[in-house]
Structure formats: C-alpha cells, structure tokens
Design a protein around this ligand. Structure first.
Ligand SMILES: Nc1ncnc2c1ncn2[C@@H]1O[C@H](COP(=O)(O)OP(=O)(O)OP(=O)(O)O)[C@@H](O)[C@H]1O
Length: 597
C-alpha cells in the first residue's frame, strides 16, 4: 500500500492483524496456559478448604500443589509469549512505515519537489508509538481475557449459583463500559482537538507578539486565546464527566457482587446452594481475577485503546494533509468580493451593539469609502471585515467563504489591513517594505516607491538600505504611514482595507495613495474615510449611521442621506478643516442616537 487516506491507517492495522492470524493464535494459546492459576485458583482454594475442614490433609495439600504447579506453568507461558507478540507488532510497524514513506515520496514526485523530511520523521515517531501502544494493549487485553475467561470457567466448576452471583454484575459493568466507548472516543478526540486549537492560538499570538503589541491588538489576541482556553476547559470537563463513570462500573463489577455474596452467604449455606469452600472460592475469583481484570480492561481500553484510535486517526489525516496541500480541507474563496450579511458586533456581553444588522457587498475590484460620525463604528467595521474581530452575529464572506472558515495564514495573505497607527519595525527601509512579500524584485519595489510617493523620503534617508530605528523613531507620522501602505501595496493581498490609514498625509498624498490602490490590479478597496474627499474618489460610499446606514454613489447619497449631505456640506463650507470632524448638528446627534441603540 503506498497511499494512506481516511482511516487507512486503522484499516492497514486490521489487515496486518488478520494476516498474522497464526502468530495471534500461538500468542492466545500461551495465554491459556498463562491463565491456569486464575482458572484454578477458586476451585483449588475451595477444594482445599473443604478437604482441610474435613481433616483430609493430603488431598487438601495436593490442591495447593496443583495451584503452585499452575503458577510455574503460567510463568513459563508468559516468557514464551513475547516472541509471538513481537511477530505481531513489528510487521504492523513496518507496514505503516512503508506506507508513510512511500506516500510521502509519491506526493513529492507528483508535486515536483522533495519529500518533507521532518514531516516524515514526525510521522515515523507516531508509527513507532503505535507499535508500543498496540503491544501494551495486546498484553493488557490478553491479561483481561485470560483472567475473565479463567474465572468464568472456574465459577461454573464451582456451580451455577456462584457463576450467576458474580457473572451477572461483572457482565453488566462490562456492558455499560462498552456502551460508553463511542461517546468516550468522541469526547477524547474533541478534548485533543481543543487542546491543539488552544496551543495553536497561543503559539500564533506568542509568535506574533511584536506585531500584536505594535498594533495594540492585545485585546483581540487575548480574546482568541481566551476563547480557545475556555473551549479546551469545557471539552476536558465533558471528557472528565464520562471518565468519572469508571468508578461506578468498577463498583458494579467488584465490591457489589462481593458484598452480595457475603450478605447472602448464610442463606446460601443454609439452603445448600454453596458450601463453605465454594463461598471462599467464589470470593477468590472475584477478588483475585474478575475485579482486577475489569479494572485492567477499563484502564487498557480507556487509555491505550483511545490513544491508539486517535493516533491512527491522526496518522491518516495528517498524512493526507501533508501529501495533498497545506490548505487541504480549507475552502478557497471563489473571487474577491466581500459580503457582510446581517452583521452585528458588540464589545462585551452587556455593551450596546456598535454594528447592528448591517448588510452590504463590496464587489470584486470595487472601491468603497465608509463615512460616518466619530465613534459610530467605522474602525470596528473595518476590523470585523478584515477578520480581526469575530462578529457577534451574521457573517463576513470573502469570495463566498465565511472568514471564520478560513485558515488564519490564508486570511492574512488575502486581506491587507492598514490601521491608523502605522507599524514600522527596526530594520532597513527595504526590509520594512518587503515584509509581507520578501521575494519582491527590486524593480517592483522601486515602482511602488514611485507610485505611492515615497521618493522624497527615500532620498532624504539616503536609500532603501538605510536602517530605520525601532518604531520608525526618525520618521514622521505621515512617512510611517507611507511605509505601511507601500508594504501592503507590495503584498499579495487583493482585499485592502484602509482604516484612516492616510490621516497623517496631506490631501494630495492621500489622493495619490488611494488612487494607487484603486487602480492596482484585481484589488477590492475599502477605505474608512478620514476626509470627505475619500468618498468623492470612491465608486460607492457607505454612510454608517446606526440603523440608518446606507450605501450608494455620491450623487444618490446627496439626495437620499441627510447625514452624508451634512458631512459633505460641512466640509465644503470649512475646506480648511480637511478632517471629518463631527459637526454639532444632525450628524452628531445621529451618532449619539446610534450609540444609544
Ligand atoms: N476595544 C473596545 N472595547 C470596547 N468598546 C470599544 C472598543 N473599541 C471601540 N469601542 C467603542 O465602539 C464604538 C465604535 O468605535 P470605533 O472606533 O469603531 O468608531 P469609529 O467610527 O471608527 O470612530 P472614529 O471615527 O473616532 O475613529 C465607540 O463607542 C468606541 O468607544
């Protein structure tokens, strides 16, 4: 077999087990010999007790001798079993390894590259752990089967009363445990998945600590990790609740029948259902064989069994993911249109919603400006649209795919978000510009510098290789914004969200930047406007105004949106105020109204 898929690893193990039937039979035969002491313990003790009570010393001693001989034979059988066990688990490991390596090589050849050596090494370690766990599970299960089988035979030798008294509760405990196995496996998988998610989010945040701090995204980062931590705790609790039932099964299969036996013993003795020796023998089977076997069964299946199941599962899944594509299973957006549907967002559970039931689409290649009074939720909208904040209700779809279903790395490559506070890190200007696209060729960098108007700044600094101190200390606010904007301009992201990202630029520089992004190939542009001129340049405008939010062209909005007309009118009469400072008239009132809602 060269390719693993689905539950292929489990199927392969099953097939190998079937193929090793001979070794399994021999392993089982030695296990029967190994079971002799368990089978004979109760009967031998019962007979010995009865013989000694009747003064028959030699027959009594002979029963004890039989028991000791059985113990010796059992020790020999344990020793003879191991080669057969190795003949079962080693070929399974080899078959899994062969499948893993050959599929990795096949995948690499198909993709025209080299096999991922570290990935294969990781999978090999998992295969090795499968061998260990499978061996341990087989040994434990052999012990369980032998103990229970031996005890059942012995109990029948003692008589049907003993068999019923002990057998039924143990059977009930085993049945209940068997019924809990499927949900147990489900919850075990869920707990592992939640733990992985938590580790993934924590690792992501730690790995991006510099960017998180620079963008002031601590709250957002914390909310992602916090949600994952809560999900993990809840999955662990759900698993723990089920695991806790183990105590009940153990009680039903151990202390309960023993108590019943001891309580009913006088009555059983009086009516001749059991003799003294048989009472002691039955108690021996319960305490020496059945109860420990039940405990071992619960331990082995509840730990190694689940481990094995999940490792085989993952081996198949991880391998399939490695051999197809890093993004396998993650849906790919079919286009670059951004659709917000019945979207609401609230900061905190008791806060008023900032965005309420908002629906609009930014079509592929469109240029939309968002306008609205201060504090109405424009930045919040941009962060939700960029997938940085998770909507409280509704969805954001990119090319038809809910952002929630997109892989974070993929999302960051698709959407470029530039906040007001531009982030510049210590390094050369060139490194800062290529940060999101390190392979960009110098000609493209030079062209972007020209297009976005960075030329004078580059000359002033003395070239692209000039080092910029931490935080761009020697740059003006506007220059820092130009660096951040050019960085996204050079990136592969084709959905660009500018959240007042040009607020420190003069109107001409702002116009040049917006023009550059609007005419950039295949770019869908959403601009949170700092000046009304941004709206005049856009193809369409979204006026954010609480429940009265509306989308349209400048001409239409001038006729239909009093808020928009007010903002434009205010700006036209106060051109020296190029900022969108909220007037104290209707617009401001509407903003307050929206906040109240
Ligand atoms: N992290 C946060 N926690 C709680 N409330 C917040 C948070 N961020 C913003 N808000 C509140 O949400 C509302 C909308 O804020 P937002 O920054 O989105 O508005 P805006 O329209 O972009 O404002 P401006 O034009 O002044 O930048 C405001 O009332 C603000 O106080």
């Amino acid at each position: 077999m060269s390719v693993l898929s689905g539950n292929a690893a489990t199927a392969l193990v099953r097939a190998e087990l079937r193929a090793r039937r001979g070794a399994l039979l021999r392993f089982g035969a030695w296990s029967l010999v190994q079971a002799l002491p368990q089978t004979l313990s109760g009967v031998a003790v019962a007979r010995a007790v009865d013989d000694f009570l009747a003064g028959r010393w030699w027959p009594g001693a002979t029963w004890l001798g039989v028991l000791m001989t059985a113990a010796l034979l059992s020790a020999t059988a344990t020793y003879r079993q191991f080669p057969w066990l190795r003949q079962i688990v080693d070929p399974i490991r080899d078959a899994l390894l062969a499948a893993v390596v050959s599929a990795a090589v096949t995948a690499a050849v198909q993709a025209g590259g080299r096999p991922d050596a570290s990935g294969v090494a990781q999978l090999s370690t998992q295969v090795q752990s499968v061998r260990g766990v499978l061996g341990a599970l087989l040994r434990a299960m052999r012990q369980v089967v032998v103990s229970i089988g031996g005890a059942v035979v012995g109990l029948f030798l003692l008589g049907p009363t003993a068999a019923l008294l002990c057998g039924l509760p143990v059977l009930a405990a085993g049945g209940l445990f068997a019924m809990s196995l499927a949900p147990l496996a489900r919850r075990y998988r869920a707990a592992l998945a939640a733990a992985e998610q938590y580790a993934h989010h924590a690792g992501e945040v730690l790995g991006a600590a510099r960017d998180v701090l620079a963008h002031g995204a601590d709250d957002y980062a914390l909310s992602r990790v916090d949600a994952a931590a809560r999900a993990e705790a809840s999955a662990d609790r759900a698993l723990g609740n089920l695991v806790a039932l183990r105590g009940i099964y153990l009680f039903i299969g151990g202390p309960l029948p023993l108590g019943l036996l001891l309580m009913t013993a006088p009555w059983l003795l009086r009516h001749g259902y059991l003799g003294y020796g048989e009472v002691v023998g039955t108690a021996t089977y319960l305490t020496v064989s059945l109860s420990p076997a039940l405990r071992a069964l619960l331990d082995a299946v509840g730990t190694w069994g689940l481990d094995l199941l999940v490792t085989l599962d993952r081996l198949s899944r991880r391998f399939v993911a490695a051999r197809t594509d890093q993004t396998a299973g993650v849906p790919l957006p079919a286009g670059r249109d951004l659709r917000l549907e019945q979207l609401s967002f609230t900061y905190g559970s008791r806060a008023e919603p900032v965005l309420h039931n908002l629906t609009f689409t930014v079509a592929e290649g469109d240029h939309l400006a968002v306008l609205g009074p201060s504090g109405i939720g424009k930045s919040t909208l941009a962060a939700v649209a960029a997938g940085l904040l998770v909507p409280t209700a509704g969805t954001v779809r990119l090319g038809g795919v809910d952002l929630a279903n997109l892989d974070v790395t993929q999302l960051r490559q698709l959407i470029g978000f530039i906040p007001q506070e531009a982030y510049v890190f210590a390094g050369s200007l060139d490194e800062n510009l290529r940060y999101l696209a390190p392979d960009t060729d110098p000609v493209a960098v030079a062209a972007a510098v020209q297009t976005l108007g960075l030329g004078p700044m580059v000359s002033r600094l003395g070239g692209l290789d000039t080092a910029i101190g931490a935080g761009g200390a020697h740059l003006s606010d506007g220059e820092r914004q130009l660096v951040a904007l050019t960085r996204v301009y050079l990136s592969p992201a084709r959905i660009v969200l500018l959240d007042e990202a040009t607020c420190h630029l003069d109107p001409e520089a702002e116009a040049r930047v917006e023009q550059a992004f609007a005419s950039r190939l295949d770019t869908t542009l959403l601009v949170i406007a700092h000046r009304v001129t941004s709206a005049l340049r856009a193809r369409r405008v979204l006026v954010l105004d609480g429940d009265g939010s509306t989308v349209g062209t400048h001409e239409i909005l001038m006729r239909t949106s009093p808020t928009y007309a007010e903002l434009v009118g205010y700006w036209q009469t106060r051109p020296e105020h190029d900022d969108l400072a909220p007037p104290t008239t209707a617009v401001h009132q509407s903003a307050q109204g929206a906040e109240r809602r």
